[in-house]
Design a protein around this ligand. Structure first.
Ligand SMILES: Cc1ncc(COP(=O)(O)O)c(C=O)c1O
Length: 351
């Protein structure tokens, strides 16, 4: 006998990437930003008042909604804040899907989608991406209450153009959530679809391009009726007072964001070129990581282990489609040099 609901007993639970306890690692495994957040964020946190800790925060984080709406060119009423975009994904599943309802998404993608569906007792339906990671045929006709599209996709880094996403949205009966966690590093985004489609939710995070993964803050942009419905589902105080202050400062500092993003894009180009030169095959990345297939005759798990011994962490997924690949976060230039030197050594030694 179990105390748990059968779906909880049956599921595995989400496996986060390895977070080392000791220092000294080059950490290219969980897509964090290697550069610090805007200095204005640290300033705001240093100046935090006694009041902001003693009292409950603003349930709607209006200050951030106003600042974000101005930066993004949307209305504050179209923004819902969350404790990371994971919170937004969680709110969306609980808002739109009941037990047995279909949640559809292409695969391979962010594995939390399946986990959240399992927790909810919803039915996850995964459609295989084609080799080039274009939209899978059939995604429009699953009958899902909620379709999740990670764009740019993790772990492939590939981007589906807004026109294709709009066509998908318009052919669905249910909601389309476009998870734009990595869109800060991309050349296009789907924010405008919110104006054109009543069923689109765009999810964003401050964790990646804004370098604030530890703070936990994300948000959704959608039409007012969708936002108002999701507000009923969220925890009443789902974002904390210090985070609201910090992210309001962060989103206002677009110059800082742009500088860091441009650095990462330049390093991404160099990393992809060097990997290709070594015989890896890289999918075209619009994110702050690259999915690279190891050279012919090499074992990705083995390369992962050899890097790990050198205290260089990348991500290896022991699953179909990905088990001959490594997903490598774009770090600083120094970190990238260390990675490339290690890979050179590893590939030479084991030939
Ligand atoms: C595709 C995708 N969506 C959402 C998230 C969650 O980000 P957050 O830190 O905002 O919860 C991640 C984090 O790795 C991600 O890869």
């Amino acid at each position: 006998m179990s105390y748990f609901r059968p779906n909880i007993d049956a599921m595995e639970g989400y496996q986060p990437g390895f977070q080392p306890k000791e220092p000294g690692y080059i950490k290219l495994n969980t897509n964090e930003n290697p550069y610090p957040p805007s200095p204005r964020v640290i300033e705001v946190l240093r100046g935090a008042s006694e009041q902001s800790l003693r009292k409950y925060p603003d349930p709607m984080a209006q200050k951030f909604r106003d600042a974000a709406a101005a930066v993004l060119g949307t209305a504050p009423e179209r923004i819902l804040c969350g404790n990371g975009s994971d919170d937004i994904l969680n709110i969306a599943i609980r808002s739109f899907c009941g037990e047995g309802d279909t949640v559809a998404f292409p695969r391979p993608t962010y594995t939390l989608y399946e986990t959240l569906a399992e927790i909810q007792g919803a039915r996850p339906v995964a459609l295989d991406f084609p080799e080039d990671y274009a939209l899978p045929a059939g995604l429009a006709t699953t009958g899902a209450r909620l379709t999740l599209l990670c764009n740019p996709n993790a772990p492939s880094g590939t981007l589906i153009g807004p026109d294709d996403v709009e066509r998908l949205a318009k052919s669905l009966d249910g909601v389309l959530l476009v998870d734009e966690a990595y869109v800060g590093f991309a050349d296009a985004n789907c924010l405008e679809l919110v104006d054109r489609c009543e069923n689109v939710v765009v999810a964003r995070t401050l964790s990646k391009s804004y370098s604030l993964a530890g703070l936990r803050f994300g948000f959704a942009v959608a039409r007012e009726p969708l936002i108002e419905g999701m507000v009923k589902v969220k925890d009443s105080y789902n974002v904390d007072a210090l985070a609201i202050e910090a992210v309001t400062a962060a989103i206002a500092d677009q110059d800082w964001l742009t500088r860091n993003v441009e650095k990462i894009k330049a390093t991404r180009r160099r990393l992809a070129d060097e990997l290709e030169r070594m015989g890896f095959r890289c999918w075209p990345s619009q994110a702050n990581f690259i999915l690279a297939r190891v050279p012919e005759g090499r074992d990705a798990a083995e390369v992962f282990d050899r890097l790990f011994e050198r205290k260089i962490l990348v991500r290896y997924f022991d699953q179909p489609r990905l088990d001959d690949c490594l997903r490598i976060t774009v770090g600083t230039d120094e970190e990238t040099d260390a990675l490339l030197a290690a890979l050179n050594e590893i590939l030479e030694q084991h030939h």
